[in-house]
Ligand binder design. Structure first.
Ligand code: FUB
Length: 338
């Protein structure tokens, strides 16, 4: 009898685990990728045969639809998803919150996670409390792509007084992006209204030298650095006809000069912002962005209720990127569910 009870309990446990696993995965059925939550600012990381996608979790709150001055956004956590084939995705849930950083008080804005020497570095935009009281860039480090991520320096990596304030004042230090160039030099770029660029020390958690300004046409925010063949790409949100588009520039060196190539995308459906994330995975290049085309629980998309989408990215033989059309079919044009 006792054996039967143990066996039954085991069966219940196995079934519960299987159900949990089932809940945590979903299929890509066209854009937007994630359909049960509002998500924004996609940041892909390819590591060990898996593509990890980090996003901010746009959340509804009472009063959101009449808010202004940045209060349209309510993002209290960063979420992580992963896939091995771009079709089946695993939902890892929240992996970091601004309040996990001792000095962080909120606003989980755009970020990028990178892997270096077996460690994962989460470069983040967030709101810092006393004594900073501004948007800042933070960094948190983990041994795993899904955390836990720990603040290694006990303070923001970049604070407001480290940069010139230009048009966007106290919230111009947001949206970090990272690359290690062919000389082994690590670089961080970020900015809203002004595109900043700086070298990092080999520990990747300290700036090394001056902060430069990169002059890019119509730059608004959201820079994303990547390299393909001999070219470095600096892709960013630019001002279109009253809403953001994506533009990009290239260079043969991270020292510049940067050659602008104009728009990579048009404006995103229903969204003031659009944010680039680019990665090569299983022999293809992918462009991640967000629009505001999704309705969740009867609430339609809005400036602060966005939805992450994916398109394939194609290059011309001279290295320029082909204009990306934003589609509802996304990366699998033949799938049956759309
Ligand atoms: O999600 C909040 C902010 O909106 C991001 O930091 C910007 O890039 C824009 O997408």
């Amino acid at each position: 009898m006792r054996n039967i009870v143990v066996l039954f309990s085991l069966l219940v446990l196995i079934t519960a685990c299987a159900q949990k696993e089932e809940k945590a995965t979903f299929q890509y059925t066209g854009n937007p990728l994630i359909k049960d939550k509002f998500t924004a600012d996609p940041a892909p990381l390819v590591h060990d045969g898996t593509l990890y996608l980090y996003v901010g979790h746009d959340e509804y709150y009472e009063g959101q639809d009449t808010a202004s001055g940045g209060r349209e956004f309510n993002i209290t956590e960063w979420l992580c998803y992963s896939t091995k084939d771009m079709k089946t995705w695993t939902d890892h849930g929240p992996v970091l919150k601004p309040t996990d950083l001792e000095w962080g008080v909120g606003e989980a804005w755009a970020s990028q996670v990178i892997e270096h020497d077996g460690k994962f570095y989460y470069y983040t935009s967030l709101q810092a409390g006393e004594p900073y009281n501004s948007k800042v860039i933070g960094v948190a480090v983990s041994d795993s792509p899904t955390g836990p991520f720990i603040d290694p320096i006990g303070k923001p990596l970049i604070t407001d007084e480290m940069t010139s304030n230009e048009p966007r004042g106290w919230w111009n230090d947001i949206d970090p992006t990272f690359i290690i160039d062919d000389n082994g030099q690590a670089w961080l770029s970020w900015g809203n209204g002004t595109c900043f660029l700086a070298k990092l020390k080999p520990n990747l958690v300290e700036l090394d030298g001056e902060i430069e300004i990169v002059d890019l046409p119509k730059f608004v925010e959201g820079p994303w650095l990547h390299k393909r063949n001999d070219l470095y790409y600096l892709t960013y949100a630019s001002m279109g006809e009253g809403r953001e588009t994506i533009s990009y520039a290239t260079s043969t060196s991270m020292e510049g000069p940067w050659t602008p190539h104009g728009e990579l995308t048009g404006m995103a459906e229903n969204s003031f912002t659009i944010h680039p994330g680019i990665a090569e995975f299983n022999g293809k290049w992918y462009f991640f962005y967000h629009n505001a085309s999704l309705t969740v629980d009867g609430r339609p998309g809005a400036i602060g209720r966005r939805a992450v989408c994916i398109e394939e990215l194609q290059y011309n033989s001279d290295g320029t990127m082909q204009f990306v059309e934003q589609t509802s079919e996304g990366i699998f044009h033949n799938h049956s569910t759309h």
